[in-house]
Design a protein around this ligand. Structure first.
Ligand code: NAD
Length: 479
């Protein structure tokens, strides 16, 4: 049964009682070996790329309905990103899937130690609403590449895109090996009651813990792609103009509803005013008054639903900080402009949980040491940013903090660098994906030996290994 927003989008939830059979069918197909040949996997990945290419306009439109997002952001951040990852995966798959033959020394040379890259089996991907292509179809790329059968459960919070994915999937992908299950909590719970060989979950940490607990029943490995408060430190040695542009951009993309969006800024006190002036300059450049400002901008999206809008507005109302730009939202259109709040303190309402919206608190610190101490007094974030020209500051900041990723001089862009693993640490999650780490996540590195056990080589190795048999003697330990 769909909720009102889902019903308005025409999203059909998968009947809960069909879930066990869908999983059983995928498991049965896996055991036939259908997904093992590399050519089959490449073919499915190509189909996925064609689905995105043929229906780019449909995806842009569905994401516009779900998130009010511009065509540029959807194509740039989602469709191009996922398509590039598919192409990279196809190009590298032979290499990644090839068995490794590590050298273990002369003693084991005849046993041919090999690491076989094997699919895990039947896997589940549970997606989040904020980037309904990259965080939903993205992990499926790794699951298919590794030779698994897979279920994708898109988020019901972006129902238009969930509906589109469900409609297009069977037209492009083999329904015997990958399926879409749509739904909310009951449908996801029904899935989590089934046995999988890997669960890849993207979303908040509260549900992440539910997923991990459910998975524990089956000793099923999980990847949890969660969020957190990703800090930025702006040092006096930074180019403040560049820093302001890149930080504001990172906060405004998708209305700040990005897991790695800069959550708050720690700025060195002596450059705080100048930094805020530069933010104002960037703001005017991004959303010129001549084109209606941010409210009239087609490049700026909306908050996903009224519940999130009220949550964000509540954070602003509860804050003791001073709004220097933005703040004037509209619940009817779910518009909330990029909002910069200064003179914020650590105990402020905006500084408790992840903001996950376009509000940017700015706190002043005396320097990098205070910034590091502040960050270390909190949970390890998913991303951590720095703007500094001074190399001693860079080293101190990176060497004394922990986070899923660490970026100097920019925000968000590490997501697009496919050779880097993407994932969190501590409360921002565990496991990673993108590129080879996506393939590795869904692959079992299976240790194998082929010990000579027949013929002449069998006899030679048998003689060499005979001292292991009882009766044991200390003399045999010396051989
Ligand atoms: P969401 O509401 O879409 O939920 C995620 C998934 O969990 C959905 O498929 C939903 O159906 C399912 N779900 C919700 N409640 C459930 C329950 N009780 N039992 C089982 N399944 C349930 O997304 P969200 O949680 O609002 O996502 C926002 C969070 O995700 C933020 O913290 C953000 O930082 C994080 N995020 C992380 C990444 C990453 O790659 N690390 C990417 C995107 C978002």
């Amino acid at each position: 049964m769909a909720n009102p927003a889902d019903a308005a989008a025409g999203l059909q939830f998968t009947p809960v009682d069909e879930v066990p059979k869908i999983v059983a069918d995928l498991r049965a197909t896996f055991l036939t070996g259908k997904t093992r040949p590399i050519e089959y996997r490449k073919n499915q990945l190509k189909q996925l790329a064609y689905m995105l290419k043929d229906h780019t306009d449909d995806f842009v439109e569905s994401i516009r309905k779900d998130l009010g997002r511009s065509r540029f952001e959807s194509v740039f951040a989602e469709i191009m990103g996922a398509t590039n990852e598919i192409i990279e995966t196809i190009n590298n798959l032979d290499k990644w899937a090839k068995p490794e033959k590590p050298w273990a020394g002369v003693a084991w040379a005849m046993h041919a130690p090999t690491i076989r890259k094997e699919p895990k089996g039947t896997v589940l991907v549970i997606g989040a609403w904020n980037y309904p292509i990259t965080v939903q179809i993205g992990p499926v790329i790794g699951a298919i590449a590794a030779g698994n059968t897979v279920i994708l459960k898109p988020s019901e919070v972006s129902p238009n895109t969930a509906k589109l994915i469900a409609e297009l999937w069977p037209k492009y992908l083999d329904p015997e090996t990958s399926r879409i299950v749509n739904g909310g909590i009951p449908e996801t719970t029904a899935l989590l009651d089934q046995r999988f060989e890997h669960i890849f979950y993207t979303g908040n940490g509260t549900v992440g813990r539910i997923v991990a607990e459910k998975a524990a029943k089956w000793l099923c490995p999980t990847s949890l792609e969660l969020g957190g408060k990703s800090p930025v430190y702006v040092d006096e040695s930074a180019d403040l103009r560049i820093a302001a542009h890149r930080i504001l951009w990172g906060k405004a993309v998708n209305c700040g509803q990005t897991c790695i969006a800069p959550d708050y800024v720690l700025v060195q006190d002596k450059v705080q005013d100048k930094f805020l002036e530069e933010i104002k300059v960037a703001y005017k450049e991004f959303y010129p008054e001549s084109k209606g400002g941010v409210k009239g901008s087609e490049d700026y999206g909306k908050i996903v639903n009224a519940g999130h809008w009220k949550r964000l507005n509540g954070l602003l109302e509860g804050s003791k900080g001073k709004v220097v730009i933005g703040g004037d939202g509209d619940i009817n259109t779910k518009f909330l402009p990029p909002t910069i709040v200064r003179d914020v303190t650590a105990n402020d309402s905006i500084m408790q949980g992840e903001i996950f919206g376009p509000i940017l608190p700015v706190l002043s610190v005396s320097g990098v040491k205070e910034a590091v101490d502040f960050i270390n007094s909190r949970d390890q974030p998913l991303a951590l940013y720095l703007f500094a020209g001074n190399s001693a500051v860079k080293s101190y900041y990176f060497d004394n903090t922990r986070s899923g990723a660490a970026v100097q001089g920019d925000t968000l862009v590490h997501y697009a660098v496919g050779v880097l693993p993407f994932g969190g640490t501590g409360p921002s999650g565990y496991g990673s994906y993108h590129g080879k780490s996506n393939f590795d996540t869904f692959t079992h590195a299976r240790a194998s030996l082929d010990a000579p056990s027949t013929g002449l080589f069998g006899k030679v190795v048998e003689a060499a290994m005979a001292p292991r048999y009882p009766p044991y003697t200390d003399g045999n330990l010396k051989r």
